[in-house]
Write a protein that binds this ligand. Structure first.
Ligand SMILES: *Cc1c(COP(=O)(O)O)cnc(C)c1O
Length: 205
């Protein structure tokens, strides 16, 4: 199980404290803010996960500076990330985002489209397919969260059954991680429960 500490809106000094305490994986949503932190903390052994919605014009920056991208939801973004990944670096580790809550405002492919996008990611030279990522509806209770995460787990199993080499089920945030763990999450993305409430208003990415 990997814990990604979601450090969006938090200052680099706080991330440095978490690093000193032994935390290695950090999640960021906003490219510009993240690049400043990545630069400030270079050489300290952090692994950076881009977990937000990615626009095409930011793909190159993400491909150069991050280790993982969890929000790949269309072929074009996968291609831009692969093309932008510098040759000297290992491939970018990628999760395909699936819209498990079926909310129109959420990104992600519909569950039935996961395999096609996963195959596309697996075939690109600059990318390494690792698994799937999803977010449950914020309004759901524990039973609803389990049902939604169960859909993501089903997609993960379907990729394995199709012969794809995947090991990552990225699901679970502060308010729903028990349900995610019950459905087999291998990677949790937790911000608030680690760093406290975000005081800075979230920008719309
Ligand atoms: C902000 C965010 C998280 C962390 O949310 P918390 O409720 O603070 O734990 C996890 N995943 C994604 C995609 C996020 O945007």
């Amino acid at each position: 199980m990997t814990l990604v500490a979601v450090s969006k809106t938090r200052p680099a000094a706080l991330v440095a404290e978490a690093l000193a305490a032994g935390q290695r994986d950090f999640g960021e949503n906003y490219v510009q803010e993240a690049l400043e932190k990545i630069e400030a903390l270079a050489g300290r052994g952090a692994t950076w996960h881009f977990i937000g919605h990615l626009q095409g014009n930011k793909a190159k920056d993400v491909a150069r500076h991050f280790d993982w991208v969890h929000g790949v939801d269309r072929e074009r973004i996968a291609e831009l990330l692969s093309r932008g990944r510098p040759a000297g670096l290992p491939p970018l580790q990628v999760c395909v985002q699936v819209n498990i809550s079926q909310e129109a405002t959420k990104s992600g492919v519909a569950p039935g489209e996961t395999l096609a996008l996963a195959r596309c990611v697996a075939a690109l030279p600059g990318l390494a397919l690792r698994g799937v990522m999803g977010m449950a509806s914020p309004s759901g209770d524990d039973a609803a969260q389990r049902a939604e995460f169960g859909v993501l787990r089903g997609e993960f199993e379907a990729l394995k059954a199709a012969g794809l080499d995947v090991d990552t089920l990225s699901m679970g945030m502060t308010h729903d991680f028990p349900a995610a763990l019950s459905q087999g999450a291998t990677m949790l993305r937790i911000g608030t429960a680690i760093f406290g409430e975000r005081r800075i208003e979230e920008k719309t990415p």
